[in-house]
Ligand binder design. Structure first.
Ligand code: NDP
Length: 444
């Protein structure tokens, strides 16, 4: 048994009942096998064992009262995974499925993603099993205030800087920031994704979706191709999906389908994004309403069918494990050329293998969706310098970062003899910087 296999086996034994964490660790560590073979000093320093163990896990109670006066209790989490290259950084997810396994998989991914951006940010993740759907603004506010009343003591602009994720958008960040400021009496960049009137950065809202598409375009450009004229399918209809759709359409692709957790819409003429934005961003409604408003479109209950729609480009932008082997095979049969992951770990391990064996260009989440956290780091830089950059300036920096990440993972894959395997390339390129820093810090 080699070093990577031994660490993985130990991880599964010590952390039973954490399937998402096992899945992410398997993907990452398997890709790192050529690195540990070349660097025997890592095994002596138990580097991988330390890398997969969070520096700190904070679990807390979040009591809140609904509009009818009923008291509810949710679980709150913050996993401070790795601070070797900078303060912990990573989003907060509010979704009923949230548990420790999901927090740890997201935190582990985040370490490498943040390193790939080239910016000085460590990895963390947090959230709650609270479901903001169908809650009033006041209920969401009371929940966020209660959540921050515990979280504030663990975070800080130089310690840990959370942001949004599923279920945490501008409204939630506003309430969380308001409560932090009230308790600490300081107006600092302790959260990113803030509103523009109180320290936010232009482009942060668009960043993950735009960044995803910038990387997809670069990957196609390196193959003498482009998004222009391509048919695309995008899952989800939240923050990442909406802005991926906007940028893909701007670059000439036709996005024909999107979904939410109830079902998908198929519009052969191309999704009208203004309608989706109105339903999702303004009315907080369901994607089903799109089919009622736009003639000639189809709505199908359930999500999986979206991957049977013929497309050249698939951008999964909703949640983990939304493309399994069966869906991957359906996409391959229909001639998909490129898959870029906007969501975190949306493809199962066997789905990834199927894409790679079929010669599909597969851009893994930790690289392809790094634009959000990269722009968060740009927001941190603007906050500490008490300045604002123009939209074009931030957008140009974002594009530059995404193109650089693409080439760094491509080069890392080539250097370690796995050319074209961007999963391994992203893991290796992200890991090397973290490993160097951890080695420099001694056994901590
Ligand atoms: P949002 O909450 O804005 O949107 C999530 C979308 O995914 C919604 O359409 C939601 O549908 C759908 N969805 C969520 N869970 C499921 C599920 N179990 N089955 C089917 N659909 C589901 O989140 P974001 O757009 O911010 O995040 C989407 C993904 O991108 C996540 O994996 C997140 O970790 C990742 N990501 C986000 C970043 C960001 O900057 N926001 C940065 C990097 C990664 P419904 O409304 O019905 O729940």
């Amino acid at each position: 048994m080699n070093y990577v296999e031994r660490v993985l086996e130990e991880l599964k034994r010590k952390n039973p009942n954490e399937p998402e964490f096992h899945q992410a660790a398997t993907e990452i560590l398997t890709g790192l096998a050529p690195v540990t073979a070349r660097h025997p000093e890592y095994e002596k320093a138990a580097l991988l064992e330390r890398f997969v163990e969070p520096e700190r896990v904070i679990l807390f109670r979040v009591p809140w009262t609904d509009d009818n006066g009923c008291v509810h209790v949710n679980k709150g989490y913050r996993v401070q995974f790795n601070s070797a290259i900078g303060p912990y950084k990573g989003g907060l997810r509010f979704h009923p499925s949230v548990n420790l396994s999901i927090m740890k998989f997201l935190g582990l991914e985040q370490i490498l993603k943040n390193s790939l951006t080239g910016l000085p940010i460590g990895g963390g993740k947090g959230g709650s099993d609270f479901d903001p759907k169908e809650k009033s603004d006041l209920e969401v506010m009371r929940f966020c205030q209660s959540f921050m009343t515990e979280l504030y003591r663990h975070i800080g602009q130089d310690t840990d800087v959370p942001a949004g994720d599923i279920g945490v958008g501008g409204r939630e960040i506003g309430y969380l920031f308001g409560q932090y400021k009230r308790i600490r009496d300081e107006h600092v960049g302790v959260l990113t994704g803030r509103g523009l009137s109180y320290g936010g950065s232009l482009v942060r809202t668009e960043a993950t979706g735009y960044g995803l598409v910038y990387m997809a375009e670069e990957a196609l450009a390196c193959r003498g191709d482009s998004l222009a004229g391509k048919t695309a399918v995008i899952s989800g209809s939240g923050n990442v999906a909406i802005y991926a759709c906007e940028k893909a359409a701007a670059l000439g692709a036709k996005v024909v389908a999107m979904y939410d957790s109830n079902g998908y819409v198929y519009d052969r003429e191309g999704i009208k994004l203004d309608v989706v934005k109105r339903i999702k961003e303004v009315e907080r409604g369901r994607i089903k309403e799109y089919a009622a408003r736009v003639k000639g479109t189809e709505y199908h209950e359930g999500c999986k069918g979206i991957w049977t729609i013929p497309c050249d480009v698939a951008l999964p932008c909703a949640t983990q494990n939304e493309i399994d082997l069966e869906s991957a095979n359906a996409l391959i049969r229909n001639g998909v050329k490129l898959v870029a992951e906007g969501a975190n770990m949306p493809t199962t391990l066997d789905g990834i293998k199927a894409f790679q064996s079929a010669g599909v260009v597969f851009l893994p989440a930790k690289a392809a969706n790094a634009g959000g956290v990269a722009t968060s780091a740009l927001e941190m830089a603007q906050s500490s310098g008490r300045m604002y950059w123009r939209f074009e300036e931030v957008d140009a920096k974002l594009k530059h970062i995404m193109v650089s990440i693409y080439h760094n993972m491509d080069n890392a894959a080539k250097e370690y003899g796995v050319a074209g395997d961007f999963v391994a390339g992203a893991n290796i390129a992200g890991f090397m910087k973290v490993a160097d820093a951890m080695m420099a810090h001694g056994i901590v």
